[in-house]
Design a protein around this ligand. Structure first.
Ligand code: PLP
Length: 426
């Protein structure tokens, strides 16, 4: 399959080039022109997970990765489960937090790291990425120790929890972390500026591991199939999926799964107070506001960078506009929902709770709902403890890095300072 630059259709690249360059000319995102449905969905849903993922991914990557390597990449990437957990008889959580950094981003980051290693030649690569929380940890762990790849992670100073931060600032070696004086959007802006600087891009072999990288999205398509495969057959017909959304990569992956033929009737885009998309879906006006800090901080994004891909699928009528609605959940309601879920015997955290609330408000009697659990409750330990008035044990993945030294640098939100840092890395 070929990948087109959504801002300049004359730029057409292979999967390998799309993964290696991240963004196209004019900051355009790479995307397939047309997503063709697979024709053996029932059979695929009955297949073992690695076999199914191979069938899903092969059409996208086959010009760049041979079958044997793809099978190996899939074995290493999908080494932990996506578990469907019933909250009640018609609402399920797809738990995506059983990987090494306890967040769904482990799927995409691992797949991207494994693909890049497969493509590796002697040219150095510098991964530059911005994180509002979980991306940093997932990318750092996925790339830690790879040869000839330096990783630079920008994060907004003081806006993510200490534990979250320590999951990526304590690794060292080829993992470099920078606390930026500013918001997550400032960090994303610095990344974009760097990619606009052609000389810098060439000099350090700049690549982004953000969810704009098509490899991350494609890996995420797989677990939507896994969710339906785990659902009782009688509940697969009127299926609604709610996605807690920040940059809208996860939702975009779900929509791709639907276009491939997965029986999902409609989607709900659930956000926190950063509600650019829900307002847009209601009014047709794209009016981002200043980013607001919330307790679901991995979703504190007001200019979601994956939205143009979803817009493209709607514009080209591959995906019907009325199959997506939005909902914004405020802080009080988020806390209330964490409590309601707990009362149903399900321990959750703010991101999943936002998805659940969006689903619950909209689910019709004949429908079955799945909401995505994007982070382990212990990743948001103090928030969850405060809301529920309980004590949560720290899982071993978190306990081990709590003791380690924070190695992060500090920097103003200044492009020249960042450029100097990148050029002098070794
Ligand atoms: C990144 C993240 C999200 C948002 O996912 P997008 O693909 O950016 O929309 C939601 N929840 C958690 C816990 C995350 O880390």
């Amino acid at each position: 399959m070929k990948f087109y630059n959504l801002k300049d259709e004359s730029q057409v690249v292979s999967f390998e080039t799309a993964v290696k360059t991240g963004l196209g000319r004019n900051q355009g995102l790479f995307f397939p022109k047309k997503i063709e449905a697979l024709n053996n969905i029932t059979q695929l849903l009955d297949a073992p997970v690695h076999e199914r993922n191979f069938a899903i991914l092969k059409p996208f990557v086959k010009e760049s990765i041979n079958d044997q390597d793809l099978a190996e990449i899939i074995r290493t990437t999908f080494s932990f489960p996506a578990k469907l957990q019933a909250v009640n008889d018609k609402e399920y959580c797809l738990e995506l937090f059983h990987g090494p950094t306890l967040a769904f981003k482990d799927f995409g980051a691992n797949f991207m790291a494994n693909c890049l290693q497969n493509f590796a030649d002697d040219k150095p690569i510098t991964i530059l990425t911005a994180t509002s929380g979980d991306t940093g940890a997932a990318v750092a762990h996925a790339f830690h120790g790879l040869t000839n790849i330096q990783v630079v992670i920008l994060f907004p100073k003081g806006k993510i929890s200490e534990l979250q931060q320590k999951m990526f600032t304590t690794l060292g070696d080829n993992i470099h972390t920078i606390a930026i004086d500013g918001s997550f959007d400032d960090c994303q802006q610095l990344v974009k500026q760097s990619f606009d600087h052609q000389e810098l891009v060439q000099q350090v072999g700049l690549n982004s591991a953000n969810s704009i990288n098509i490899s991350r999205l494609l890996a995420q398509v797989c677990y939507y199939f896994d969710a339906v495969a785990q659902l009782p057959k009688a509940q697969r017909n009127e299926l609604v999926v709610a996605v807690p959304s920040g940059n809208f990569g996860n939702l975009c992956a779900g929509i791709i799964a639907k276009l491939l033929g997965l029986p999902i009737k409609r989607f709900i885009a659930s956000t926190n107070l950063n509600d650019t998309v829900p307002r847009y879906l209601q009014t047709g006006d794209w009016l981002p506001k200043a980013t607001i800090a919330t307790m679901s901080n991995a979703m504190d994004v007001s200019k979601p960078n994956n939205w143009p891909r979803i817009e493209y699928l709607m514009d080209t009528e591959q995906f019907a506009r009325d199959a997506l609605t939005g909902g914004a959940i405020d802080e009080a309601q988020t806390a209330e929902t964490v409590k309601q879920l707990y009362a149903q015997g399900y321990l959750s955290e703010p991101h999943a709770a936002i998805a659940y609330e969006g689903l619950h408000q909209s689910l019709q009697p004949e429908e079955t709902g799945i909401f995505l659990g994007t982070a382990h409750p212990a990743k948001f330990k103090s928030t969850v403890e405060e809301i529920l008035n309980i004590e949560l044990p720290l899982p071993p993945e978190l306990a081990s890095c709590a003791e380690k030294t924070d190695l992060a640098h500090s920097m103003a939100a200044n492009f020249d300072a960042l450029k100097t840092f990148l050029v002098n890395l070794k």
